[in-house]
Design a protein around this ligand. Structure first.
Ligand code: SF4
Length: 86
């Protein structure tokens, strides 16, 4: 069974600096205020390294990766469970 990793952005924490969009332009656009718009939450294997880098550079820890897609869709802005940090 193939492992699926999805991204989730904490929209309350995000400050809209757009670094994630620079690292993952294949999956993320920016709106007119500079906040990310996710085009595809599932991370293709060839983009995993870029996604991990986006997690590392997000200044407010708003960019997160989850191995369980159902967990990512249930996340509140301030989750009690910790996201996957690779
Ligand atoms: S890098 Fe983090 S704070 Fe910046 S736009 Fe992306 S999610 Fe928001």
């Amino acid at each position: 069974m193939r492992e699926i990793t999805v991204l989730n952005i904490d929209r309350v924490a995000c400050d809209g600096r757009g670094m994630c969009a620079e690292l993952l332009p294949e999956l993320i656009d920016l709106d007119e205020w500079g906040y990310p718009i996710v085009r595809g939450a599932e991370i293709p294997p060839h983009l995993m390294e870029h996604a991990r880098r986006a997690v590392e550079v997000c200044p407010v820890l708003a960019f997160r990766l989850f191995n369980d897609p159902s967990a990512a869709s249930k996340v509140n802005p301030r989750p009690n469970s910790r996201p996957v940090r690779r």
